[in-house]
Design a protein around this ligand. Sequence first.
Ligand SMILES: O=C(CO)[C@H](O)[C@H](O)COP(=O)(O)O
Length: 155
Amino acid sequence: MGSVMKVAVGNDHRGLCVRPRVLGLLAELGHEVHDLGASGPAGVDYPDYAIPVAEEVAAGKADRGVLICATGHGMCIAANKVHGVRAVNSRDVIDAELSRRHNDSNILCLAADLLGEDQIERIIRAWLLTDFEGGRHTRRREKVDAYEKSHENRS
Ligand SMILES: O=C(CO)[C@H](O)[C@H](O)COP(=O)(O)O
């Protein structure tokens, strides 16, 4: 059992099918969930969900974020535009764990079209429980942070 976190969650219409399972899992694990996802089947645009979740994480209002669309790609691209976000699109448990251990990922994107619900649950459980290793990985993360900071005010 890991520590209790605030987790912001977003989905578009294609992530709607797995939304109940994801929200239920996070609640079952005892996390504080902020649901920012689409609640109906009408076609929507993933940036409208990825960016609010990413902004919550970047502002420290949420510890982590989970985003779901058909492939995970659009959510991941949009979330990574927000400074301070390290979003990854994970397809398996090892991949998700490595993104925590080496990259300190703070948003997990998932592909509702390509992953079964059981696999999504396994990935989320592992990702939430895995810590950043620090050490040499901190130096590398800091280089990314420094680049981001030096470009903050450029248009
Ligand atoms: O995966 C996605 C973005 O990466 C979207 O969920 C997907 O592109 C939506 O497609 P459509 O409008 O055809 O339902």
